[in-house]
Design a protein around this ligand. Structure first.
Ligand code: FAD
Length: 318
């Protein structure tokens, strides 16, 4: 079976992938399936499933006073990936993160994934906990994505964390990593960020998926800089259709991305989520067409809460 990295390397016609979140704790998987049912008409090349650390959630106690609880609001990445692969036979890419996981927990998840026949991963550091101003790994957790890469490489070579060895897995894990056209927020400069990205590729990452961006020229500059730095693996652009009024402020704040003036002007005229979704969809269609015409055959969509937009984009682009 080809790996997802093979599919990306050989994608010689317009194609797309998208990202799904595991359901909120206590919810059924049906929403996940509904999204796939809607989008599979366009033959997605593969589907990513995000991974989430624990979070602080405030809930009222018996006296009605809100008290903090720490738990994973979206557990189940491995199981959701397996059920999608089983039900739809579409390749899945579960995300593995350092954040909130010990290295032992990661090892157990990798063993589960191997038994389930899932060998494509996206390896990431993961988001910060709201409890800290800076990234803090678990005791015995991985600090950077590259540390997670080393752990996966060790397992691929038949070495467990405790030093015991095993027969190497029949199918080794193959993986991609994240890249940031507008620089990761903690990196002092784009050049330094790209140097760390190159280290991840040199360690074994076979492709890069980018953070969302709304200005293609920033993506093209980033790809040029990556190539100049000696990164030769495929770079898959990540697009997010804007579809809520609140995202006009939230997306630039959280993802440190700049909205081009022309997009901002159109968004400012919007008074409802429906109007925003129209503008966001049209913008993403325009971005997609320009990317495709510049040889980027594969586009990754951040489809969270935007299934209809991704459907409308796919209808116009694929
Ligand atoms: P890293 O590659 O570890 O980089 C983090 C920062 O450290 C960067 O500033 C980098 O320049 C710097 N750095 C890297 N290596 C070193 C080093 N050796 N020494 C010093 N500095 C270094 N988050 C989730 O929690 N769950 C998800 O499912 C998820 N999916 C994502 C999917 C995509 C496609 C993208 C783009 C992001 C995703 N994220 C997810 C968010 C991501 O986890 C955060 O952006 C995180 O802050 C950085 O992750 P990374 O893997 O790029 O980290």
């Amino acid at each position: 079976m080809p790996t997802v990295a093979d599919l990306i390397r050989n994608s010689d016609h317009p194609a797309f992938s998208f990202e799904l979140l595991p359901p909120l704790k206590g919810n059924s998987i049906s929403k996940v399936f509904n999204t796939i049912d809607k989008l599979r008409e366009f033959n997605p090349l593969y589907i990513n499933i995000t991974s989430h650390r624990d979070e602080v959630v405030y809930k009222p106690n018996e006296q009605g006073i809100k008290v903090p609880h720490v738990y994973r609001k979206r557990p189940g990445t491995v199981a959701v990936a397996a059920s999608i692969q089983h039900k739809y036979r579409i390749p899945v890419v579960p995300h593995m993160i350092c954040s909130g996981f010990t290295r032992s927990e990661t090892e157990y998840a990798l063993i589960d994934l191997n038994f389930l026949g899932i060998h494509d991963l996206l390896l990431l550091r993961g988001d910060n906990s709201e409890r800290h101003n800076f990234f803090k790994p678990e005791d015995d957790g991985n600090q950077y994505a590259i540390d997670l890469i080393h752990q996966v490489n060790n397992l691929n070579q038949g070495r467990f964390l405790d030093g015991t060895s095993m027969e190497p897995f029949e199918t080794p894990f193959s993986y991609g990593v994240a890249g940031y056209p507008e620089k990761h927020e903690e990196a002092p400069s784009l050049d330094e960020d790209i140097a760390h990205l190159k280290a991840k590729v040199d360690a074994g990452a076979e492709y890069i998926i980018t953070q969302m961006f709304f200005d293609n020229s920033r993506f093209f500059d980033f790809v040029k800089k990556c190539r100049e730095a000696g990164i030769t693996v495929p770079i898959v652009p990540g697009l997010k259709p804007i579809n809520y009024l609140s995202q006009i402020k939230v997306l630039p704040d959280i993802f440190k991305t700049v909205f081009p003036k022309a997009l901002m002007m159109e968004l400012k005229k919007c008074n409802s989520n429906e109007e925003v979704a129209k503008v966001g969809t049209a913008w993403a269609v325009q971005q997609s067409k320009e990317l495709l015409s510049n040889g980027f055959n594969l586009i990754h969509f951040y489809s969270m809460m935007a299934t209809k937009c991704v459907y409308d984009i796919a209808k116009q682009v694929y």
